[in-house]
Design a protein around this ligand. Sequence first.
Ligand code: FES
Length: 141
Amino acid sequence: MERHEFLAKLGIGLAAVCTGCSLVSCGSNPKNEDPTPGSDGNIFTTNLNTELLNIGDAKVSNGVILARTAAGNTADAFSAVQVACTHEGTFINYNQAGGIYICPLHGSRFSKEGSVLQGPAVNSLKKYNVVISGTNLNVRA
Ligand code: FES
């Protein structure tokens, strides 16, 4: 498990642990660029035999946070949205109890579909498509 996966699983965003943050995704100069898909069209792929096994598990890769929101290996059991908050670019976390995304910096809340539920963010998160192929889950634009 990579560090960002571990932190996402704990519900701790990178910004929450980087006081005096120098990451490009933090602060008032967010980098909300669209992730670049690979030649296969996938932004990233996850093996469902080994990752995201439990409801609430989340993974961050290539600018996207992917969360398991329900049981089963069907596309509607997952949510994939941009990981950078639309307010100032802090990495958001998936909150299993609420079934929503929460930004740890100023508290914006977003639905699983990326809509703003509570500001200060005013713009929705970009939502990505989830495609299941065998035991692989592909996140696509
Ligand atoms: S950076 Fe997310 S609410 Fe401000």
